[in-house]
Design a protein around this ligand. Structure first.
Ligand code: 5RP
Length: 222
């Protein structure tokens, strides 16, 4: 029986194998955040020097990349990324995701938006029929925390401030449970239109292009 860590490793290895043809001299790779993304970064390290650089969705991932000798570029220095690889907290059959368990949701969404292809890597326990088991993270400007919390309650959610946590952008995160997420695109837009919301953890308007989900029987590609 493979552990969850083994499964994450398999998904990360599958992503490295899938993007191997893209690791060419001028390629810049978008890299996500989290324990599965960390394993992907370690795999990428084996190809250091064979591609130009990476753009990271968090300071944590940037430090890990640099530690392996991979150059990390600011997104503003890059016209486009060949691919973005990241984990997820939940993913559905449409490859829409809930992300932000690591609090990097805003930079993840921005870096992903610059990539030609989004590859989601996870163990298959993250595949769900309906979102909602994992609380939905929302990054908020600190001044707007209570305004946003009231708006979220009106939508049926129960927001909880992620205690002691500050994002790489200097903001706070509300983790929202209790939402019935029937139309993820609509809810993503609705939440993002609340003044003070920086972004929310629904990645539905721009879903992944490929999901590599590790099961006990091997990696399933969706
Ligand atoms: C970080 C994220 C992560 O991708 C998500 O939380 C999954 O993390 P892990 O790979 O550790 O399960 O969105 O903001």
């Amino acid at each position: 029986m493979l552990s969850q860590q083994d499964l994450k490793q398999q998904a990360a290895d599958a992503a490295v194998a899938l993007i191997r043809p893209l690791l060419v001299a001028d390629a810049v790779i978008g890299v996500g955040t989290g324990s599965t993304a960390d394993l992907f970064i370690d795999g990428l390290g084996r190809f250091r020097g064979q591609f130009r650089a990476a753009v990271a969705s968090s300071e944590r991932s940037a430090a890990r990349l640099r530690g392996l000798g991979i150059e990390v570029l600011d997104l503003n220095e890059v016209a486009s990324l060949s691919v973005y690889v990241d984990g997820a907290d939940e993913i559905n059959a449409k490859l829409q995701m809930v992300k932000g368990g690591g609090g990097a949701l805003t930079r993840e969404k921005i870096v992903a938006s610059a990539a030609r292809q989004f590859i989601c890597i996870a163990d298959a326990s993250k595949l769900v029929d309906q979102f909602g088991k994992f609380p939905l993270p929302i990054e908020v400007l600190p001044i707007a925390r209570e305004v946003v919390a009231r708006a979220v309650r009106k939508l049926g959610g129960q927001p909880v401030l992620r205690a002691g946590f500050v994002t790489d952008n200097g903001n706070q995160v509300l983790d929202v449970s209790g939402l019935t997420i029937l139309d993820a695109c609509l809810l993503e837009s609705t939440l993002n239109s609340v003044p003070g919301v920086v972004t929310n953890g629904l990645f539905a308007l721009r879903p992944a292009d490929v999901a590599l989900l590790a099961t006990q029987q091997g990696v399933r590609q969706l």
